[in-house]
Design a protein around this ligand. Sequence first.
Ligand SMILES: CC(C)(COP(=O)(O)OP(=O)(O)OC[C@H]1O[C@@H](n2cnc3c(N)ncnc32)[C@H](O)[C@@H]1OP(=O)(O)O)[C@@H](O)C(=O)NCCC(=O)NCCS
Length: 183
Amino acid sequence: MSLSLRVIDPNFPSYTITAEKNDHASGIEALYDRCFGYGRFAKTAERLREGNVLLKKLSLVAIDSEGLVIAAVRLWPLQVGETGQAVFVGPVAVDDQYRGSGLGLQMTNQCMELAKQDGWPLAILIGDAGYFSKIGFKRISTDQYSAPGYVPPQRLLALDLKDHALSKIEGPLSVPRAAKPEE
Ligand SMILES: CC(C)(COP(=O)(O)OP(=O)(O)OC[C@H]1O[C@@H](n2cnc3c(N)ncnc32)[C@H](O)[C@@H]1OP(=O)(O)O)[C@@H](O)C(=O)NCCC(=O)NCCS
């Protein structure tokens, strides 16, 4: 995918939204450290990212005029049950001084469009329902979609991307076998 969108908003310095590239990685890690702190690695969501392989062409970053990463949304493949597939969304983060215009929601929405175009049936995330419900995410059951660790029931959310996938795909969430490095 080739996408690069320069955004000029009178309330913020301008920035460009683009697909994630290898050289954004350290800027993204620094952004996540600023937004979540180091405690982020202890979260259940991290158990679904470690050993996984980022879907880079479906992940987006926003870059300021000096090349600094000021927002990021990442997508990962997930296995659901034995045969189901979904994208796992996150972390979603926007630098402090760029919050207030819904940039995180806008970028997540764009990622959902890319995932849909790429044929993914379902998106799943662990996050605030009050925030992500604004772009259509709904609560799903932590019993039907168990994760490797505790997930507060109100924070497990999903969005159908194709053919009412939620009514067909169900089961424990895990890192796809193909994504895991050889043991
Ligand atoms: C969450 C975050 C990405 C939102 O940034 P943003 O997209 O710029 O969002 P905005 O501040 O413009 O808020 C957009 C709307 O969502 C609401 N909102 C923002 N954060 C929210 C939250 N945590 N829960 C519920 N609603 C929230 C705002 O009130 C606003 O609502 P409105 O449009 O009705 O006024 C940003 O605050 C952030 O990076 N936080 C730290 C990291 C984090 O918690 N990420 C999400 C977890 S996956």
